[in-house]
Design a protein around this ligand. Structure first.
Ligand code: F6P
Length: 484
Protein backbone atom coordinates (compact mmCIF):
# COMPACT_ATOMS: atom_id res chain seq x y z
CA UNK A 1 0.00 0.00 0.00
CA UNK A 2 1.36 3.45 -0.92
CA UNK A 3 2.34 5.59 2.05
CA UNK A 4 0.09 8.57 2.72
CA UNK A 5 2.75 10.10 4.96
CA UNK A 6 4.25 13.51 4.30
CA UNK A 7 7.81 14.40 3.43
CA UNK A 8 9.13 16.25 6.45
CA UNK A 9 11.68 14.70 8.80
CA UNK A 10 11.61 17.47 11.42
CA UNK A 11 8.50 19.40 12.37
CA UNK A 12 7.97 22.26 14.78
CA UNK A 13 4.48 23.27 15.92
CA UNK A 14 3.66 26.51 17.70
CA UNK A 15 0.80 28.95 17.90
CA UNK A 16 2.87 31.92 16.70
CA UNK A 17 4.97 31.21 13.65
CA UNK A 18 8.20 32.74 12.33
CA UNK A 19 6.40 35.07 9.92
CA UNK A 20 3.30 37.25 9.87
CA UNK A 21 1.50 39.02 7.03
CA UNK A 22 -0.15 42.42 6.86
CA UNK A 23 -2.59 43.53 4.17
CA UNK A 24 -1.66 46.93 2.75
CA UNK A 25 -4.08 49.62 1.52
CA UNK A 26 -3.51 48.56 -2.09
CA UNK A 27 -4.43 44.97 -1.17
CA UNK A 28 -0.88 43.63 -1.36
CA UNK A 29 0.57 41.53 1.44
CA UNK A 30 3.80 42.33 3.27
CA UNK A 31 5.63 39.84 5.46
CA UNK A 32 7.37 40.45 8.78
CA UNK A 33 9.83 37.92 10.19
CA UNK A 34 10.28 37.12 13.88
CA UNK A 35 13.33 35.94 15.81
CA UNK A 36 13.89 33.70 18.81
CA UNK A 37 15.29 30.31 19.68
CA UNK A 38 13.25 28.25 17.26
CA UNK A 39 14.13 30.46 14.29
CA UNK A 40 17.85 30.16 15.09
CA UNK A 41 17.50 26.44 15.70
CA UNK A 42 15.78 25.73 12.42
CA UNK A 43 18.27 27.80 10.46
CA UNK A 44 21.08 25.88 12.19
CA UNK A 45 19.85 22.53 10.87
CA UNK A 46 19.98 23.90 7.33
CA UNK A 47 17.68 23.64 4.32
CA UNK A 48 18.39 19.96 3.59
CA UNK A 49 16.74 18.75 6.76
CA UNK A 50 13.22 18.84 5.27
CA UNK A 51 11.97 20.81 8.23
CA UNK A 52 8.46 22.23 8.43
CA UNK A 53 7.10 24.78 10.91
CA UNK A 54 3.34 24.44 11.49
CA UNK A 55 1.73 27.52 13.06
CA UNK A 56 -1.63 29.26 13.28
CA UNK A 57 -2.77 32.15 11.09
CA UNK A 58 -3.15 34.85 13.74
CA UNK A 59 -4.56 37.91 12.05
CA UNK A 60 -6.47 38.91 8.92
CA UNK A 61 -3.22 39.31 6.95
CA UNK A 62 -2.15 35.75 7.80
CA UNK A 63 -5.57 34.38 6.85
CA UNK A 64 -5.49 36.25 3.56
CA UNK A 65 -2.01 34.86 2.86
CA UNK A 66 -3.28 31.31 3.43
CA UNK A 67 -6.28 31.91 1.14
CA UNK A 68 -4.09 33.37 -1.61
CA UNK A 69 -1.60 30.54 -1.25
CA UNK A 70 1.14 33.04 -0.36
CA UNK A 71 3.71 31.51 1.93
CA UNK A 72 7.25 30.64 2.63
CA UNK A 73 8.95 27.31 2.08
CA UNK A 74 9.16 25.40 5.31
CA UNK A 75 6.16 27.10 6.92
CA UNK A 76 2.55 25.91 6.93
CA UNK A 77 0.00 28.28 8.45
CA UNK A 78 -3.27 26.79 9.59
CA UNK A 79 -6.35 28.87 8.84
CA UNK A 80 -8.31 27.72 11.87
CA UNK A 81 -11.77 29.31 12.21
CA UNK A 82 -11.16 32.75 13.77
CA UNK A 83 -13.68 32.23 16.56
CA UNK A 84 -12.27 28.81 17.46
CA UNK A 85 -8.77 30.27 17.51
CA UNK A 86 -9.79 33.23 19.67
CA UNK A 87 -11.55 31.01 22.20
CA UNK A 88 -8.62 28.60 22.38
CA UNK A 89 -5.86 31.25 22.43
CA UNK A 90 -7.47 34.06 24.43
CA UNK A 91 -10.14 32.08 26.27
CA UNK A 92 -8.14 29.04 27.40
CA UNK A 93 -4.41 29.33 26.69
CA UNK A 94 -3.92 32.94 27.83
CA UNK A 95 -6.78 33.32 30.32
CA UNK A 96 -6.61 29.94 32.02
CA UNK A 97 -3.41 27.97 31.38
CA UNK A 98 -1.14 31.04 31.46
CA UNK A 99 -2.82 32.19 34.67
CA UNK A 100 -2.46 28.76 36.30
CA UNK A 101 1.23 28.37 35.44
CA UNK A 102 2.08 31.96 36.45
CA UNK A 103 -0.22 31.87 39.51
CA UNK A 104 -2.01 35.06 38.47
CA UNK A 105 -5.55 34.53 39.77
CA UNK A 106 -7.07 36.70 42.47
CA UNK A 107 -8.52 33.54 44.00
CA UNK A 108 -11.46 34.86 46.08
CA UNK A 109 -13.26 35.61 42.80
CA UNK A 110 -11.49 33.63 40.12
CA UNK A 111 -11.16 31.23 38.38
CA UNK A 112 -14.78 30.18 37.77
CA UNK A 113 -15.02 27.03 35.70
CA UNK A 114 -18.56 27.38 34.36
CA UNK A 115 -20.43 26.30 31.22
CA UNK A 116 -18.73 29.07 29.24
CA UNK A 117 -15.34 27.67 30.22
CA UNK A 118 -16.46 24.22 29.00
CA UNK A 119 -17.52 25.72 25.68
CA UNK A 120 -14.10 27.32 25.27
CA UNK A 121 -12.42 24.08 26.19
CA UNK A 122 -14.16 22.48 23.20
CA UNK A 123 -12.50 25.17 21.04
CA UNK A 124 -9.11 24.43 22.63
CA UNK A 125 -9.61 20.75 21.73
CA UNK A 126 -10.58 21.60 18.16
CA UNK A 127 -7.59 23.92 17.75
CA UNK A 128 -5.19 21.28 19.11
CA UNK A 129 -6.92 18.75 16.82
CA UNK A 130 -6.24 20.92 13.77
CA UNK A 131 -2.52 20.99 14.61
CA UNK A 132 -2.41 17.23 15.24
CA UNK A 133 -4.05 16.52 11.88
CA UNK A 134 -1.74 18.85 9.96
CA UNK A 135 1.34 17.33 11.62
CA UNK A 136 0.09 13.80 10.94
CA UNK A 137 -0.37 14.72 7.29
CA UNK A 138 3.01 16.40 6.84
CA UNK A 139 5.35 14.14 8.84
CA UNK A 140 7.49 11.52 7.13
CA UNK A 141 7.68 8.00 8.60
CA UNK A 142 9.50 8.17 11.97
CA UNK A 143 9.88 11.97 11.83
CA UNK A 144 10.68 14.09 14.90
CA UNK A 145 8.01 16.56 15.98
CA UNK A 146 8.71 19.34 18.44
CA UNK A 147 5.47 20.78 19.85
CA UNK A 148 5.71 24.10 21.68
CA UNK A 149 4.05 25.44 24.76
CA UNK A 150 0.80 25.57 26.71
CA UNK A 151 -1.27 26.39 23.63
CA UNK A 152 -0.70 22.88 22.31
CA UNK A 153 -0.76 20.59 25.36
CA UNK A 154 -3.22 18.14 23.79
CA UNK A 155 -1.31 17.75 20.52
CA UNK A 156 1.16 15.03 21.63
CA UNK A 157 -1.65 12.69 22.75
CA UNK A 158 -3.77 13.36 19.66
CA UNK A 159 -0.83 12.95 17.30
CA UNK A 160 0.26 9.73 19.01
CA UNK A 161 -3.11 8.18 18.11
CA UNK A 162 -2.89 9.33 14.49
CA UNK A 163 0.80 8.52 13.99
CA UNK A 164 2.32 6.07 16.48
CA UNK A 165 5.52 5.95 14.39
CA UNK A 166 6.57 9.53 15.21
CA UNK A 167 9.01 10.80 17.81
CA UNK A 168 7.07 13.46 19.67
CA UNK A 169 8.57 16.08 21.96
CA UNK A 170 6.87 18.92 23.81
CA UNK A 171 8.66 22.00 25.13
CA UNK A 172 7.17 24.32 27.79
CA UNK A 173 8.38 27.92 27.56
CA UNK A 174 6.46 28.83 30.72
CA UNK A 175 6.81 27.76 34.33
CA UNK A 176 4.73 24.77 35.40
CA UNK A 177 2.27 25.32 38.25
CA UNK A 178 2.86 23.85 41.69
CA UNK A 179 0.60 20.89 42.33
CA UNK A 180 -1.78 22.73 44.73
CA UNK A 181 -2.34 25.49 42.20
CA UNK A 182 -2.73 23.08 39.25
CA UNK A 183 -5.39 21.27 41.27
CA UNK A 184 -7.69 24.28 40.82
CA UNK A 185 -8.46 22.99 37.33
CA UNK A 186 -11.46 20.63 37.12
CA UNK A 187 -10.29 17.03 37.61
CA UNK A 188 -11.22 15.86 34.12
CA UNK A 189 -9.52 18.86 32.47
CA UNK A 190 -6.39 18.36 34.56
CA UNK A 191 -6.26 14.71 33.52
CA UNK A 192 -6.89 15.57 29.86
CA UNK A 193 -4.04 18.10 29.85
CA UNK A 194 -1.59 15.68 31.41
CA UNK A 195 -2.73 12.79 29.20
CA UNK A 196 -2.19 15.08 26.22
CA UNK A 197 1.33 16.00 27.29
CA UNK A 198 2.18 12.41 28.18
CA UNK A 199 1.44 11.34 24.62
CA UNK A 200 4.96 12.68 23.99
CA UNK A 201 8.13 10.59 24.08
CA UNK A 202 9.87 13.45 25.81
CA UNK A 203 8.83 16.59 27.64
CA UNK A 204 11.25 19.44 28.16
CA UNK A 205 11.26 22.53 30.36
CA UNK A 206 13.46 25.58 30.86
CA UNK A 207 14.54 24.69 34.42
CA UNK A 208 14.41 21.74 36.79
CA UNK A 209 12.06 23.69 39.01
CA UNK A 210 9.35 23.59 36.32
CA UNK A 211 10.13 20.00 35.31
CA UNK A 212 9.80 18.86 38.92
CA UNK A 213 6.50 20.71 39.30
CA UNK A 214 5.20 18.86 36.26
CA UNK A 215 6.31 15.51 37.68
CA UNK A 216 4.55 16.33 40.95
CA UNK A 217 1.33 16.97 39.03
CA UNK A 218 1.75 13.81 36.94
CA UNK A 219 2.28 11.73 40.10
CA UNK A 220 -1.23 12.70 41.17
CA UNK A 221 -3.34 11.95 38.10
CA UNK A 222 -3.99 8.24 38.33
CA UNK A 223 -1.50 5.99 40.09
CA UNK A 224 -3.05 3.03 38.24
CA UNK A 225 -2.06 4.54 34.89
CA UNK A 226 1.10 6.54 35.49
CA UNK A 227 4.08 6.22 37.78
CA UNK A 228 6.86 8.77 38.13
CA UNK A 229 10.33 7.26 37.95
CA UNK A 230 12.67 9.80 39.58
CA UNK A 231 16.08 10.62 38.13
CA UNK A 232 18.75 8.13 39.04
CA UNK A 233 22.44 8.66 38.33
CA UNK A 234 22.66 9.94 34.77
CA UNK A 235 19.18 8.64 33.87
CA UNK A 236 16.70 11.52 33.70
CA UNK A 237 13.29 11.26 35.34
CA UNK A 238 10.38 9.78 33.40
CA UNK A 239 6.69 9.06 33.66
CA UNK A 240 5.93 5.39 33.10
CA UNK A 241 2.67 4.45 31.42
CA UNK A 242 1.32 1.48 33.36
CA UNK A 243 -1.72 0.71 31.19
CA UNK A 244 0.37 -0.22 28.20
CA UNK A 245 -0.46 2.91 26.19
CA UNK A 246 2.35 3.86 23.80
CA UNK A 247 5.08 5.08 24.16
CA UNK A 248 5.53 3.19 27.46
CA UNK A 249 7.30 6.06 29.11
CA UNK A 250 7.72 9.78 28.70
CA UNK A 251 11.17 11.12 29.49
CA UNK A 252 11.55 14.54 31.09
CA UNK A 253 14.50 16.90 30.52
CA UNK A 254 15.66 20.48 30.79
CA UNK A 255 17.17 22.90 28.26
CA UNK A 256 17.85 26.38 29.64
CA UNK A 257 17.68 28.67 26.61
CA UNK A 258 20.50 31.24 26.62
CA UNK A 259 21.06 34.60 24.97
CA UNK A 260 22.31 34.82 21.40
CA UNK A 261 25.46 36.84 22.14
CA UNK A 262 26.82 36.94 18.62
CA UNK A 263 23.60 38.29 17.13
CA UNK A 264 22.96 40.74 19.98
CA UNK A 265 26.45 42.22 19.93
CA UNK A 266 26.38 42.76 16.18
CA UNK A 267 22.80 44.05 16.04
CA UNK A 268 23.28 46.45 18.96
CA UNK A 269 26.08 48.21 17.09
CA UNK A 270 24.08 49.03 13.99
CA UNK A 271 23.27 52.62 13.04
CA UNK A 272 19.61 52.61 14.06
CA UNK A 273 20.62 51.60 17.60
CA UNK A 274 23.15 54.44 17.74
CA UNK A 275 20.38 56.86 16.71
CA UNK A 276 18.08 55.53 19.44
CA UNK A 277 20.92 55.85 21.97
CA UNK A 278 21.36 59.50 21.14
CA UNK A 279 17.61 60.13 21.53
CA UNK A 280 17.48 58.22 24.82
CA UNK A 281 20.51 60.08 26.20
CA UNK A 282 18.62 63.26 25.48
CA UNK A 283 15.57 62.01 27.40
CA UNK A 284 17.67 60.75 30.32
CA UNK A 285 19.90 63.79 30.70
CA UNK A 286 23.67 63.96 31.11
CA UNK A 287 25.48 62.14 33.91
CA UNK A 288 22.48 60.23 35.26
CA UNK A 289 22.34 56.55 36.20
CA UNK A 290 19.81 54.31 34.47
CA UNK A 291 17.62 51.52 35.76
CA UNK A 292 16.40 49.69 32.65
CA UNK A 293 13.56 47.27 32.14
CA UNK A 294 12.16 45.92 28.86
CA UNK A 295 9.08 43.72 28.84
CA UNK A 296 5.87 42.91 27.10
CA UNK A 297 3.13 44.62 29.12
CA UNK A 298 2.45 41.31 30.76
CA UNK A 299 0.80 40.74 34.11
CA UNK A 300 3.46 38.28 35.22
CA UNK A 301 6.30 40.75 34.50
CA UNK A 302 5.33 42.80 37.56
CA UNK A 303 5.97 46.20 35.98
CA UNK A 304 3.71 48.06 38.38
CA UNK A 305 5.51 46.79 41.50
CA UNK A 306 8.79 47.65 39.76
CA UNK A 307 7.58 51.26 39.46
CA UNK A 308 6.39 51.24 43.08
CA UNK A 309 9.83 50.03 44.16
CA UNK A 310 11.45 52.85 42.20
CA UNK A 311 9.09 55.33 43.90
CA UNK A 312 10.11 53.83 47.25
CA UNK A 313 13.78 54.29 46.31
CA UNK A 314 13.14 57.98 45.63
CA UNK A 315 11.29 58.26 48.96
CA UNK A 316 14.02 56.50 50.94
CA UNK A 317 17.01 58.02 49.17
CA UNK A 318 16.50 61.67 48.21
CA UNK A 319 20.16 61.69 47.19
CA UNK A 320 19.07 59.92 43.99
CA UNK A 321 16.74 62.75 42.96
CA UNK A 322 17.93 64.22 39.64
CA UNK A 323 20.64 61.54 39.49
CA UNK A 324 18.78 58.45 38.27
CA UNK A 325 16.19 57.63 35.58
CA UNK A 326 14.03 54.54 35.33
CA UNK A 327 13.89 53.63 31.63
CA UNK A 328 10.87 51.34 31.33
CA UNK A 329 9.76 49.86 28.02
CA UNK A 330 6.43 48.07 28.23
CA UNK A 331 5.39 46.83 24.82
CA UNK A 332 1.80 45.94 23.88
CA UNK A 333 0.77 42.34 24.38
CA UNK A 334 -2.48 40.35 24.28
CA UNK A 335 -4.57 43.49 23.97
CA UNK A 336 -7.70 41.44 23.18
CA UNK A 337 -7.87 40.68 26.90
CA UNK A 338 -9.41 43.41 29.08
CA UNK A 339 -7.17 42.52 32.01
CA UNK A 340 -4.07 43.26 29.88
CA UNK A 341 -5.51 46.58 28.70
CA UNK A 342 -6.26 47.54 32.30
CA UNK A 343 -2.76 46.56 33.35
CA UNK A 344 -1.25 48.72 30.59
CA UNK A 345 -3.31 51.66 31.83
CA UNK A 346 -2.12 51.06 35.40
CA UNK A 347 1.54 51.01 34.29
CA UNK A 348 1.02 54.38 32.58
CA UNK A 349 -0.87 55.81 35.56
CA UNK A 350 1.82 54.91 38.10
CA UNK A 351 4.62 56.18 35.84
CA UNK A 352 2.81 59.51 35.41
CA UNK A 353 2.15 59.71 39.12
CA UNK A 354 5.89 59.32 39.86
CA UNK A 355 6.81 61.90 37.24
CA UNK A 356 4.36 64.47 38.53
CA UNK A 357 5.36 63.88 42.15
CA UNK A 358 9.14 64.01 41.72
CA UNK A 359 9.86 65.38 38.25
CA UNK A 360 11.51 68.77 37.77
CA UNK A 361 11.76 70.91 34.62
CA UNK A 362 15.11 69.25 34.00
CA UNK A 363 14.47 65.68 35.20
CA UNK A 364 11.88 63.07 34.17
CA UNK A 365 12.28 60.26 36.72
CA UNK A 366 10.50 57.61 34.58
CA UNK A 367 11.01 57.41 30.82
CA UNK A 368 8.22 55.07 29.74
CA UNK A 369 7.74 53.85 26.17
CA UNK A 370 4.87 51.59 25.21
CA UNK A 371 5.50 51.20 21.47
CA UNK A 372 7.55 48.21 20.41
CA UNK A 373 10.95 49.17 18.98
CA UNK A 374 13.67 46.52 19.02
CA UNK A 375 16.48 48.95 18.15
CA UNK A 376 15.44 51.20 21.04
CA UNK A 377 15.40 48.20 23.42
CA UNK A 378 18.98 47.41 22.43
CA UNK A 379 19.92 51.07 22.92
CA UNK A 380 18.50 50.91 26.46
CA UNK A 381 20.40 47.67 27.11
CA UNK A 382 23.62 49.40 26.09
CA UNK A 383 22.98 52.32 28.42
CA UNK A 384 21.88 50.22 31.41
CA UNK A 385 23.63 50.68 34.76
CA UNK A 386 21.04 48.49 36.44
CA UNK A 387 18.70 45.94 34.86
CA UNK A 388 15.44 45.40 36.73
CA UNK A 389 13.85 41.98 36.10
CA UNK A 390 11.27 41.30 38.82
CA UNK A 391 8.61 38.92 37.43
CA UNK A 392 6.04 37.28 39.67
CA UNK A 393 6.94 34.08 37.84
CA UNK A 394 8.66 33.51 34.51
CA UNK A 395 9.70 30.46 32.48
CA UNK A 396 13.19 31.90 31.89
CA UNK A 397 13.30 35.66 31.13
CA UNK A 398 15.74 36.37 28.36
CA UNK A 399 16.02 40.09 29.18
CA UNK A 400 17.91 39.10 32.35
CA UNK A 401 20.39 37.31 30.11
CA UNK A 402 20.54 39.86 27.31
CA UNK A 403 21.20 43.11 29.21
CA UNK A 404 24.53 41.98 30.77
CA UNK A 405 25.69 40.82 27.30
CA UNK A 406 24.86 44.11 25.59
CA UNK A 407 25.43 46.77 28.29
CA UNK A 408 28.40 48.97 27.38
CA UNK A 409 29.69 49.44 30.93
CA UNK A 410 28.43 46.17 32.43
CA UNK A 411 25.34 46.27 34.60
CA UNK A 412 24.12 45.21 38.02
CA UNK A 413 21.20 42.79 37.71
CA UNK A 414 18.26 42.98 40.13
CA UNK A 415 16.53 39.66 39.58
CA UNK A 416 13.40 37.99 40.91
CA UNK A 417 13.98 34.65 42.56
CA UNK A 418 10.84 33.50 40.67
CA UNK A 419 12.37 33.86 37.19
CA UNK A 420 13.70 30.68 35.60
CA UNK A 421 16.90 32.63 34.84
CA UNK A 422 17.50 32.88 38.59
CA UNK A 423 18.64 29.23 38.60
CA UNK A 424 21.58 30.17 36.33
CA UNK A 425 22.23 33.83 37.22
CA UNK A 426 21.29 33.97 40.90
CA UNK A 427 24.84 33.92 42.26
CA UNK A 428 25.79 37.18 40.57
CA UNK A 429 22.45 38.96 40.68
CA UNK A 430 20.85 40.91 43.51
CA UNK A 431 17.92 38.73 44.46
CA UNK A 432 14.42 40.09 45.07
CA UNK A 433 11.10 38.75 46.24
CA UNK A 434 8.85 40.19 43.51
CA UNK A 435 6.05 41.07 45.93
CA UNK A 436 8.33 42.97 48.32
CA UNK A 437 8.42 46.55 47.08
CA UNK A 438 10.54 47.83 50.00
CA UNK A 439 13.01 44.97 49.50
CA UNK A 440 13.15 45.71 45.77
CA UNK A 441 13.82 49.40 46.49
CA UNK A 442 16.70 48.32 48.74
CA UNK A 443 18.03 46.07 45.98
CA UNK A 444 17.89 48.96 43.49
CA UNK A 445 19.92 51.12 45.85
CA UNK A 446 22.45 48.32 46.31
CA UNK A 447 22.69 47.91 42.54
CA UNK A 448 23.15 51.64 41.95
CA UNK A 449 25.93 51.85 44.51
CA UNK A 450 27.79 48.69 43.46
CA UNK A 451 31.50 49.45 43.02
CA UNK A 452 32.67 49.46 39.37
CA UNK A 453 35.15 46.62 39.95
CA UNK A 454 32.54 44.33 41.46
CA UNK A 455 30.01 45.27 38.78
CA UNK A 456 32.51 44.37 36.05
CA UNK A 457 33.39 41.04 37.70
CA UNK A 458 29.78 40.09 38.20
CA UNK A 459 28.87 41.09 34.65
CA UNK A 460 31.62 38.85 33.31
CA UNK A 461 30.19 35.87 35.18
CA UNK A 462 26.60 36.78 34.27
CA UNK A 463 27.53 36.87 30.59
CA UNK A 464 29.22 33.46 30.80
CA UNK A 465 26.14 31.92 32.44
CA UNK A 466 23.70 33.76 30.15
CA UNK A 467 25.33 32.55 26.95
CA UNK A 468 26.08 28.96 27.99
CA UNK A 469 23.35 27.53 25.76
CA UNK A 470 22.83 29.70 22.67
CA UNK A 471 19.53 29.27 20.79
CA UNK A 472 20.82 27.08 17.96
CA UNK A 473 22.49 24.65 20.42
CA UNK A 474 19.38 24.74 22.64
CA UNK A 475 17.27 23.57 19.72
CA UNK A 476 19.72 20.95 18.45
CA UNK A 477 20.11 19.50 21.96
CA UNK A 478 16.36 18.99 22.16
CA UNK A 479 16.29 17.31 18.81
CA UNK A 480 19.17 14.99 19.70
CA UNK A 481 17.64 14.13 23.06
CA UNK A 482 14.32 13.30 21.43
CA UNK A 483 15.96 11.02 18.90
CA UNK A 484 18.28 9.26 21.33
O1 F6P B 1 6.52 32.24 27.12
C1 F6P B 1 5.51 31.81 26.34
C2 F6P B 1 5.29 32.64 25.10
O2 F6P B 1 4.44 31.96 24.22
C3 F6P B 1 6.60 32.96 24.39
O3 F6P B 1 7.02 31.90 23.60
C4 F6P B 1 6.28 34.23 23.71
O4 F6P B 1 7.39 35.05 23.54
C5 F6P B 1 5.31 34.90 24.63
O5 F6P B 1 4.72 33.89 25.40
C6 F6P B 1 4.36 35.80 23.89
O6 F6P B 1 3.17 35.23 23.63
P1 F6P B 1 2.18 35.64 22.51
O7 F6P B 1 2.45 34.76 21.34
O8 F6P B 1 0.84 35.40 23.14
O9 F6P B 1 2.40 37.08 22.17
Amino acid sequence: MASTHGAHGILVASNRGPISYQTQDDGSLTARRGGGGLVSGLSAIGPDADALWVCAALGDGDREAVRRGVGEDGVRMLDIDAEVHAEAYNGIANSVLWFVHHMLYQTPLEPVFDAEFRRRWEAYRAYNGAFAEALAEEAAEGASVLVQDYHLCLVPGMLRVLRPDLRIGHFSHTPWAPVDYFRMLPDDIRAELLDGMLGADRLAFLTWRWATAFLDCAAEIDPGRYRVAPASGTTPPAVEHLDGAAPGRTRVGVHGLGADAEFLRARSHEDDVAERMAALREEIGAGRRTIVRVDRTELSKNIVRGLLAYRQLLDDHPEWHERVVHVAFAYPSRQDLAVYRDYTAEVQRVAEEINSRYGTPDWTPVVLHVKDDFARSLAAYRLADVALVNPIRDGMNLVAKEVPVVSDEGCALVLSREAGAYEELGDDAIRVNPYDVVGTARALHEALTMQPGERAERTKRLVAAATALPPARWFLDQLEALRS
